[in-house]
Design a protein around this ligand. Structure first.
Ligand code: GCU
Length: 669
């Protein structure tokens, strides 16, 4: 195996794992190209770039790689150089007569180029005719933490928060820098440090000093900090009687606060806001709109270089089909938002389910830049226990066609601004990391952080390609192991869907934790928040009728997109029960009845976890023993819980359908 004998890898190094290349010839080839690193300029980010490159190459090549102000043949040159073709952050890594050069129009660009070069070496590729050129398609590539001041993480499954607020600003946990390295290596350039269900404390002077200390660590890595704000902050910490966005005193308060923040953090990124959703305060409390609120906040940023990301995840229980709520609140506001405002939209209309149709707001607000928000923490996808690689989920959304401006109007083109010609663009991932040594609890959760960053940079990358890259960098470069593992990654999301919510079922999980099955849930404090509401199983059939004879949520989509889902006999099976109430006995395109297809999927889905286990076992000789054992054990839990899902759902739905199990399937246990 490629691992160091007896060395238990605890996963802390993530994909920044610069173990020596096993292939001596490959090592020698690169050694000739990397006798040293020459860096012009002494700024923090350039020095950081040089140090990162040095650290990586020394590990991979197994010998010192000095950094100097200038260097001769075989030195890698790092240089900031104007290059109109590369935007602000694009890089070029090329082999020239005297050696490799890493250039880009900004220091951050050079840093990204260094990480690209390292990736190239680390994944075992050759320096021949090197020409790595890339620039990000999306400008603000954000990681959103749902972390609280007391160290808990909302929907976090990897320990507590990495931010130690009580110790800051004096104590700087070295982990902050490792966090910055990991993010910069995949191109993330902004982080929201706190939960969208925000505490007002972050806006106090006391916390701004702490935030400034974190910003100081992230800055050399090209990362800016942002804060989630509590709408009621002017009342809670400002002593004002109101938080009405049109009240002059409220405006003045935000303006003053913002100025204070910029005094402490000159490159502060801006604000993320969850308002009038799930009980959070907001401008609607004062009869104002989301646009009134967002615009006032944008105004408070004045001439500072900051933005407002205003979330469209608005949810009030009991107000019609939840699918339509965000659309109804936000679509009419298109064109009413100020320049610095972006509206942040979850990938799907309900809430980060294992599979959702794309959110109907994409394509429906052409005058507003929309941020795509995806969830890396696996709130509805098995926490840190189930192995689910999210590359396919994110790609599925990005590639979905909104038909807003005819065929090919993908969500990706809405988000990167190219479809509607926006000058700003952003994407956000809800972080899955915490204080666990391996950051993500499940070691494969690291792949989701990684894949998100890579896709945020370039949404045209393939999910499979990223899985391959991550596996080689993090787990093993041994070809048979890479194949076995990437097959698992690539199938894992579909497998999870099959044993939990096949055919377009959604939101049938346990009410409290959002874990495990609870399709029988018929009563809840939130009136619409019952599993029965979402699956609508009755004697006749199963599924949520969102056609014109039902809630008509389908009407929110452009005709081209609607067309795909409109007809229950042609609707792709993966989305069928999202949109249709289908008779148990209806024959599907697979030749099976709905009931037989449903149960078959639950059974084959659960069985597939055994296949995942066998694949993982095949890779064993190439893996670090501790990591192998950890994932193998998690896969055993996953199988046990896949059976739990299967049996709970099959038995519950059978109590309604009164159908026998199709021949060949063993009875639930
Ligand atoms: C989900 C999640 C909440 C979170 C909310 C949001 O509903 O369960 O914990 O606050 O999404 O995205 O705002």
């Amino acid at each position: 195996g490629a691992h160091l004998q007896g060395y238990a890898d605890d996963g802390y190094r993530l994909w920044l794992k610069y173990d020596q290349l096993a292939d001596a010839k490959l090592r020698a080839t690169w050694q000739a190209q990397a006798r040293g690193i020459a860096v012009e300029g002494s700024s923090a980010t350039l020095q950081t770039a040089a140090r990162e490159l040095q650290l990586g190459l020394q590990g991979l090549l197994g010998r010192p790689v000095p950094v100097a102000a200038s260097g001769g043949k075989g030195y890698i040159q790092l240089r900031v150089a104007a290059d109109p073709a590369l935007g602000k952050e694009g890089y070029r890594v090329v082999s020239e007569k005297n050696g490799l050069t890493v250039t880009g129009p900004s220091e951050a660009a050079v840093l990204y180029g260094c990480f690209a070069l390292l990736r190239h070496v680390q994944t075992g590729q050759l320096p021949t005719k090197l020409n790595l050129t890339s620039q990000p398609r999306v400008q603000y590539r954000m990681l959103n933490h749902w972390d609280n001041p007391n160290g808990t993480v909302e929907r976090g499954y990897a320990g507590s928060s990495i931010w130690k607020w009580q110790e800051l600003p004096e104590v700087i946990d070295p982990r902050y820098q490792d966090y910055a390295r990991a993010n910069a290596s995949i191109g993330i350039n902004g982080v929201v440090l706190n939960n969208v269900n925000a505490s007002a404390r972050y806006l106090t002077d006391e916390y701004v000093r702490k935030v400034a200390a974190v910003a100081g660590v992230l800055r050399p890595y090209g990362i800016r900090v942002y804060l989630s704000v509590l709408w009621a902050a002017p009342r809670v910490i400002g002593g004002l009687p109101t938080a009405d966005p049109l009240d002059p005193k409220v405006k003045a308060w935000w303006m003053a606060r913002t100025n204070e923040i910029y005094k402490a953090i000159p490159d502060f990124g801006g604000f993320l806001v969850k308002a009038n959703s799930e009980g959070e305060p907001g401008p609607q409390d004062y009869g104002r709109t989301h646009a009134d609120g967002a615009n006032m906040l944008a105004q408070s940023l004045g001439t500072h270089d900051g933005i407002v990301m205003w979330r469209a995840f608005v949810y009030k229980a009991g107000s019609g089909d939840r699918f339509k709520q965000a659309y109804e609140d936000f679509q009419p506001l298109d064109g009413k938002f100020a320049d610095k405002v972006l509206v942040q939209v979850k990938n799907g209309p309900i809430d980060f389910q294992a599979r959702e149709p794309f959110h109907p707001l994409f394509g429906a607000m052409p005058r507003t830049p929309l941020v795509l928000e995806v969830q890396l923490t696996q709130e509805y996808l098995g926490f840190a226990t189930h192995l689910v690689y999210l590359g396919p989920l994110i790609k599925e959304c990005l590639e979905a066609d909104t038909y807003a401006q005819g065929k090919g109007s993908t969500v990706a083109k809405v988000v990167d601004g190219s479809l509607e010609k926006h000058s700003i663009s952003a994407i956000a991932g809800v972080a899955n990391i915490g204080s666990d040594r391996n950051w993500t609890g499940h070691p494969v959760g690291q792949a989701n952080w990684y894949a998100y960053g890579r896709l945020a940079w370039d949404h045209t990358l393939s999910s499979e390609g990223i899985a391959d890259e991550w596996t080689r960098m993090t787990l093993s470069r041994e070809p048979a192991a890479v194949t076995a593992i990437t097959q698992v990654l690539n199938q894992s999301r579909n497998i999870y869907v099959r044993y939990t919510t096949p055919l377009g079922l959604h939101h049938i999980m346990g009410q409290n934790l959002h874990y495990g099955p609870e399709p029988w849930l018929a009563q809840s404090a939130r009136p619409d928040w019952t599993a029965v509401y979402y699956h609508k199983a009755d004697a006749e059939g199963l599924g949520f009728n969102r056609t014109a004879t039902g809630s008509n949520a389908l009407a929110l989509y452009a005709p081209g997109a609607r067309q795909v889902w409109m007809n229950s006999t042609t609707c792709p099976l993966n989305y069928l029960l999202w949109f249709h109430h289908v008779p148990w006995t209806q024959q599907l395109s697979t030749g099976r009845t709905l009931w037989n297809e449903l149960t078959t999927r639950y059974y084959t889905g659960a069985d597939s976890v055994l296949w995942m286990q066998r694949q993982w076992e095949q890779a064993k000789p190439a893996l670090d023993p501790a990591l192998y054992t950890d994932v193998a054990a998690r896969l055993r839990v996953q199988h046990r819980e896949a059976l739990w899902w299967r049996d709970a759902c099959v038995l519950y739905f059978q109590s309604v359908s009164k159908q026998p199990l199709p021949p060949g399937l063993p009875a639930p246990t």
